[in-house]
Design a protein around this ligand. Structure first.
Ligand SMILES: C[S@@+](CC[C@H](N)C(=O)[O-])C[C@H]1O[C@@H](n2cnc3c(N)ncnc32)[C@H](O)[C@@H]1O
Ligand code: SF4
Length: 397
């Protein structure tokens, strides 16, 4: 079996283990969203819960789960009884109490009863999809909730007493000005969440927004995006939210461990339709279709879509791509010792080029992107892929 240590492994022992559950239900589809989800019915929710229970039985749980993340879709829209049932399946799989348990919620479905069910389970972190606190921008995104609902939901989550609360915000929305983005940042910070995720709007295929893009009714503006990014980074940092990844900011002690472990190439088991897994030497995803996923797990099959063997070379490549999106950067010598078979000469040539151009720095042996570098992180990721590409490798660097 392949050794599966993360880039920043603990001194001894196996890498951290995460458990992701994809809950594929939403009240309606937002104009920008391509996550797999469907409108729930009593029958599909029942089928989903039975499928997760069956899938969890197929996993060889060989050590306790460190972190749990329920994403979607909208996990927080399940009825309290269904949340408790799903929580029971998760708790049986965890082999102990996870260090962190995050659940995504949408403002329109946050109720005291749902929050109480989550609190009883031991959930530590609620992530609320606020997106914007301005009516025209919520409208432009095709969101169902209002500013008032978002504020009420936040107050309820706070009142319930979870250890960490995150708010998701989106920027570079068609029609959004820099002043409007500043206003959303200010309003979000005034609420004093523990964590903020700020996502640049992406035009995903098969969404209503993508259709508008292809019809020329909206268009991305790279220059404006850079201004939005910079505004968020400066403002949040000044307000006490330390950036730890391109889109993520936290007060001390509130960074999302589950996501950090994923970006550090640890291991995680994904349950539910479309959920990805990375464990025991392979990576793959479940089929993004509730009925077909149920048939798969009933037949004892998991994570067969895009299944790849986790070679040391692939882990080295992804450790660099995802590691450079984090402010902590990557330990070059440590990665080289762990994955000696990667094309290190080309990686080091790339690192020299990035530092020469002021896009990265090397400090205490770690390669980190600068603010300018973070603005072009996607392009840097592309250059890392090129360095690892066996075909074009000879000419890269
Ligand atoms: C699965 S959703 C979160 C939970 C819940 N369904 C909600 O929307 O309130 C995760 C987050 O991804 C972000 N997101 C989804 N699609 C996006 C896109 N195309 N561009 C930017 N951010 C996106 C949103 O901020 C959203 O809150
Ligand atoms: S953004 Fe959230 S609520 Fe909207 S469709 Fe996607 S998963 Fe559902």
């Amino acid at each position: 079996m392949l050794e599966l240590a993360p880039a920043q492994a603990k001194a001894q022992g196996p890498p951290a283990l995460g458990l992701y559950v994809h809950v594929p239900f939403c009240a309606s589809t937002c104009d920008y969203c391509a996550f797999y989800q469907t409108v729930p019915t009593a029958k599909t929710v029942h089928g989903f819960l039975a499928g997760v229970a069956r899938e969890a039985e197929l996993v060889a749980w060989n050590r306790p789960v460190d972190t749990v993340f329920w994403g979607g879709g909208t996990p927080g829209m399940l009825a309290p009884g269904a949340l408790a049932e799903l929580g029971g399946i998760v708790r049986r799989s965890c082999g102990g109490v996870p260090r962190e348990w995050s659940v995504e919620m949408a403002p329109a479905s946050v109720t005291p009863q749902r929050l109480a069910a989550l609190k009883d389970l031991g959930v530590t972190r609620i992530s609320l999809g606020v997106q914007s606190l301005q009516a025209p921008l919520l409208e432009a995104l095709g969101r169902r909730h209002t500013r008032e609902q978002a504020l009420r939901a936040y107050a309820r989550v706070r009142e319930a007493g979870f250890a960490s609360v995150n708010l998701d915000l989106i920027f570079a929305i068609p029609g959004q000005t820099l002043a409007a983005w500043q206003a959303d940042l200010g309003a979000a910070m005034e609420l004093q969440p523990d964590h903020l995720s700020t996502y640049c709007l992406t035009f995903e295929e098969d969404t209503a927004l993508f259709l508008k893009l292809s019809q020329g009714r909206v268009r991305p503006d790279a220059e404006a995006e850079a201004a939005f990014y910079t505004a968020a980074w400066e403002r949040l940092e000044a307000g006490g939210y330390a950036q730890y990844e391109i889109s993520n900011f936290a007060r001390a002690g509130h960074a999302c461990l589950h996501n950090l472990n994923t970006w550090r190439m640890a291991e995680w088991v994904g349950l539910g339709p479309s959920a990805a897994s990375q464990a025991a030497g392979w990576r793959g995803a479940n089929v993004a279709d509730l009925g077909r996923w149920r048939a798969d797990v009933a037949a004892g099959r998991r994570a067969r879509t895009e299944a790849v063997e986790l070679t040391p070379r692939l882990l080295a490549e992804d450790s660099l791509i995802f590691g450079l999106r984090m402010n902590e950067g990557v330990p070059l010598a440590g990665l080289r010792a762990r994955f000696p078979e990667a094309p290190w000469e080309r990686v080091e040539a790339l690192a020299a080029r990035l530092t020469g151009e002021g896009l990265a720095v090397i400090e205490a042996g770690r390669l980190r992107l600068t603010l300018r570098g973070r603005l072009v992180a996607d392009a840097v990721g592309g250059q890392i892929m090129e360095a690892f590409d066996e075909e074009s490798g000879a000419t890269a660097g």
